[in-house]
Design a protein around this ligand. Structure first.
Ligand SMILES: NC(=O)C1=CN([C@@H]2O[C@H](COP(=O)(O)OP(=O)(O)OC[C@H]3O[C@@H](n4cnc5c(N)ncnc54)[C@H](OP(=O)(O)O)[C@@H]3O)[C@@H](O)[C@H]2O)C=CC1
Ligand SMILES: C[C@H](O)[C@@H]1OC(=O)[C@H](O)[C@@H]1O
Length: 258
């Protein structure tokens, strides 16, 4: 187990990729605070045993982020790892997109990562071990670079996540804090099922752009988070690792095996 004695916060951890990340970090020996607006994470934390706790919070609200950090410090004493995973999307054509919907997606998908990163980094810099004071992992997407016409704020937010990752990495390197991102392709979660897997035609479209010929599983993203959180990634910062079945390498369609 590579994360023994480490502590972590995972946001958006009641389901999907976030829950898979929390489960994997616990398996690697970490103690994990699962955070989500949905209360279902409490049962997930209980199922994980003494190494896990749950805190209900909207991580786009600073006061709730501050309370999340306080609760984690009270439970675990310090913070080594932050996985900024919480995210939403909103589908609308450009001409119909409402300002409030644009603002909400950017607030949750991008501003929350700034709020959580700053609050956790302020605690991490207090640690004595200046070599490895902690790490931050941002959940980006292939959509940081590939666009989906009717998911404007989502695509914009993910492009911002990649740049936030780079600038935060440069800013915190002097403090011994590493910052990286993961860019998943289409992963079988509620978010993707609602957004792009709602019909056989939509699924066919996604698979026609995925050389490995399948969508990913949340556990496959969690494995990358566990690597980035470990000392195996001790010389990595400011990077986005794409785990997308080959989608980013592809500039044509592939035959789909139904
Ligand atoms: N699934 C995919 O194909 C891909 C996902 N991603 C990214 O991975 C991350 C996780 O996605 P995925 O697991 O699929 O999504 P899910 O919707 O399955 O899980 C996300 C969780 O985060 C919660 N959440 C939403 N807003 C907030 C908030 N403000 N504060 C705290 N929790 C919140 C959600 O609650 P609620 O359901 O109420 O919104 C939900 O429980 C996202 O950042 C997404 O952009 C990237 C590439 C591909
Ligand atoms: C919401 C998206 O469509 C979903 O999340 C991503 O980032 C992938 O592109 C999935 O299709």
């Amino acid at each position: 187990m590579k994360l023994t004695q480490k502590t972590a916060i995972v946001t958006g951890a009641s389901q999907g990729i976030g829950l898979a990340c929390a489960e994997r970090l616990v398996r690697e020996g970490a103690r994990v605070m699962l955070v989500d607006v949905r209360p279902e994470g409490a049962a997930a934390a209980e199922a994980l045993g003494d190494a896990a706790r749950f805190f209900q919070a909207d991580v786009s609200i600073k006061a709730e982020v501050d309370a999340m950090v306080a609760a984690t410090l009270a439970a675990f004493g310090h913070i080594d790892i932050l996985v900024n995973n919480a995210g939403v999307t909103h589908a609308a054509d450009f001409l119909d997109l409402a300002e409030d919907d644009f603002d909400r997606v950017l607030r949750i998908n991008l501003k929350s990562m700034f709020l959580c990163s700053q609050a956790c980094a302020r605690e991490m810099v207090k640690r004595q071990d200046t070599q490895q004071r902690g790490c931050i992992i941002n959940m980006s997407s292939v959509n940081a670079e590939l666009t989906i016409p009717n998911q404007i704020p989502y695509v914009v937010s993910k492009g911002g996540v990649n740049q936030l990752t780079r600038v935060t990495a440069i800013s915190l390197a002097q403090h011994g804090i590493r910052v990286n991102a993961i860019g998943p392709g289409t992963i079988l979660t509620e978010l993707a099922k609602k957004a792009v897997l709602g019909s056989p035609e939509a699924r066919h479209t996604i698979l026609s752009r995925t050389p490995l010929g399948r969508c990913g599983e949340p556990e496959e993203i969690a494995a990358i988070a566990a690597f980035l959180a470990s000392d195996d990634a001790s010389y990595m910062t400011g990077q986005t690792l794409y785990a997308d079945g080959g989608r980013m390498a592809l500039n044509y369609t592939v035959p789909v095996k139904e």
